[in-house]
Design a protein around this ligand. Structure first.
Ligand SMILES: C[S@@+](CC[C@H](N)C(=O)[O-])C[C@H]1O[C@@H](n2cnc3c(N)ncnc32)[C@H](O)[C@@H]1O
Length: 209
């Protein structure tokens, strides 16, 4: 089992700034999706090949994974994917990233590290301060997607998001997935594992109002 990275470690206070979107993407005007905790990047690598009318950014705290993932996209003809190294929480602390967040159509948190012990809850990636930042920076109509196999973590994340009165929950059955960042419902690595092991998945979609 892999060793979890402690996001509160001082090694992660500084993170790589994301360059302006017109330097990163072939067409910076395409809808933009951000995946937090993108790990080895396989999910976004597949998504971005299938959905060339979207741009994707992955943020991951394990630097080696980001370096390897970026190597895989260097040779690609179509530039609609970028991986950034860093602690997503600190990334959002940087005020120059506010305009980037405003350009985002959706954000996914797929199977974040659960940090089960109460004294470690502050290491969870979804924090009230972070959600507050998103609620003040994301544009109306933009979406947050969460997924986990840990019921207690799901309840914590949902509560934290809905405590911001600017986010409202959408029902999955009314949601038009074919218009979203993941129309073909591609699964992340953790999701494949969870499905293979018949574990329950808890998921929610929230809209900024
Ligand atoms: C359980 S894995 C899930 C990976 C992938 N999303 C999936 O569904 O297969 C959680 C990932 O989030 C990353 N991570 C944890 N805390 C983070 C943070 N504060 N900022 C960015 N990435 C983080 C971990 O290093 C790990 O790769």
């Amino acid at each position: 089992m892999r060793q979890h990275v402690n996001p509160l470690s001082k090694n992660f206070f500084e993170i790589d700034p994301i360059p302006p979107l017109n330097q990163v993407f072939e067409n910076p005007k395409l809808p933009l999706h951000l995946d937090i905790g993108s790990a080895s990047g396989e999910f976004l690598l597949e998504l971005s090949l299938q959905n060339t009318h979207w741009n994707y950014i992955g943020i991951e705290i394990r630097e080696k994974l980001v370096i390897n993932a970026n190597l895989k996209i260097n040779s690609r003809e179509k530039k609609n994917l970028y991986f950034s190294f860093g602690n997503a929480n600190n990334f959002f602390d940087q005020s120059n990233n506010k305009s980037l967040i405003n350009a985002i159509n959706s954000i996914s948190f797929n199977f974040p590290d659960p940090w089960f012990k109460k004294k470690h809850h502050k290491r969870r990636v979804i924090q009230p301060k972070f959600i507050n930042f998103l609620s003040n920076s994301m544009h109306n109509g933009s979406l947050i997607f969460i997924k986990t196999d840990v019921k207690e973590l799901f309840e914590y994340m949902e509560l934290t998001i809905l405590e911001s009165i600017k986010f409202k929950k959408l029902t999955n059955k009314d949601f038009r997935f074919n218009e979203s960042f993941n129309p073909n419902k591609i699964q992340t690595n953790r999701e494949k594992y969870v499905i293979f092991n018949h574990l329950k998945i808890y998921e929610g979609i929230y809209i900024k109002t």
